[in-house]
Design a protein around this ligand. Structure first.
Ligand SMILES: Nc1ncnc2c1ncn2[C@@H]1O[C@H](COP(=O)(O)OP(=O)(O)OP(=O)(O)O)[C@@H](O)[C@H]1O
Ligand SMILES: [Mg+2]
Length: 312
């Protein structure tokens, strides 16, 4: 007997319109935010979407799957394709907007509209949204990623951005909460050792650059017109090796951490020890969340933990 499993969450936008959201995203938001997630989804989200539609003349097409922190919608504005991104969390929305203000049109798509109070951005849509995560040749992917990173790091003055240490503190607080709830595959000992590594790297940091803050391969999309572009920034200022470390962990999910760090060090002229140190920090904090939200299977957990142990 076949059992139909519903993998969408049906959201009533108004009397005549409904929107299907990916169930995985809804479940992740519930785990991240707890009870308030449901009232945000049911009441606040339709209100925000309605305000953006009337203010900016948007036609909502569908939800785009893939994200874990915000609701991302394919929309049309005057016939043009765009993306409306709505964050439930102000801090993440602010960091993202800092990034758009710094890099929109320069290594990122254009920012068409935004509203700080509503935690929303309306972005140029990259079509088709092929990401660097889909590029299987590691050397080609690294070349594209380092070229884009060098560009992002050299654009703009990072002075008014929040510091990397605030981003790191937030990530450790989130991971610590999961460890306390018994949800994480990461132990509290591994978390404290990663925190020590982060503290040492922060203390020995060189000059600050403007960091993307979430330089994962699936946050880098190919535009026919403008080549590789970053989306989804968590902009902050700090050590250039941090973004390279995020990539080194994320491309291959821990399995190629050290060799990725060496490749990036060659391309960017940044120390490979610092890159792999940051890769360890990102791996530990990210794995805690990915495993708790059901995004990491056993093989990924084992590979990432082994790569982290090797570096400690
Ligand atoms: N400007 C854009 N153009 C085309 N596709 C986009 C754009 N912005 C987002 N997307 C698509 O939506 C997905 C989710 O978007 P995004 O990464 O911004 O969300 P998120 O919830 O912040 O994700 P994360 O889990 O990385 O925090 C992307 O992986 C991409 O496929
Ligand atoms: Mg993303």
């Amino acid at each position: 007997m076949l059992i139909a499993v519903k993998d969408t969450y049906e959201l009533k936008l108004n009397a005549s319109a409904q929107l299907s959201l990916p169930l995985g995203l809804v479940q992740t938001l519930r785990t991240r935010l707890g009870k308030p997630a449901d009232s945000w989804l049911r009441y606040r989200l339709p209100q925000i979407i309605g305000l953006c539609q009337s203010r900016w003349g948007l036609e909502v097409e569908e939800a785009i799957p893939g994200g874990a922190t915000a609701v991302v919608l394919a929309v049309r504005k005057a016939g043009m394709s765009a993306v409306l991104k709505v964050h439930p969390e102000r801090e993440l929305a602010e960091r993202e907007l800092h990034g758009w203000q710094l890099w929109a049109g320069k290594g990122m798509p254009s920012l068409l509209e935004h509203d700080v109070e509503l935690n929303v951005s309306l972005q140029e849509r990259v079509i088709p949204a092929r990401s660097l995560a889909e590029v299987g040749d590691r050397d080609i992917a690294a070349l594209a990623a380092t070229g884009l990173l060098a560009r992002l790091h050299s654009v703009g003055r990072p002075l008014n951005l929040p510091t990397l240490s605030t981003l790191i503190a937030r990530r450790f607080t989130g991971a610590q909460a999961l460890v306390k709830e018994g949800q994480a595959v990461v132990t509290s000992d591994l978390l404290s050792r990663a925190r020590e590594v982060a503290d040492r790297l922060l203390l020995e940091s060189g000059p600050d650059v403007a960091l993307h803050g979430d330089f994962f391969p699936d946050n880098i999309l190919f535009s026919q017109q403008r080549g590789w572009l970053a989306i989804d920034p968590q902009a902050c200022r700090g050590d250039a090796a941090f973004d390279a470390g995020t990539w080194s962990y994320a491309y291959g999910r821990g399995g190629q951490l050290r060799s990725n760090a060496e490749l990036f060090a060659q391309h960017l002229g940044v120390s490979s020890e610092r890159i792999s140190g940051w890769a360890l920090v990102v791996a530990v904090t990210n794995l805690a969340g990915r495993a708790a939200y059901g995004h990491a299977d056993q093989a990924e957990v084992a590979t990432t933990l082994a790569a982290c142990q090797e570096l400690l």
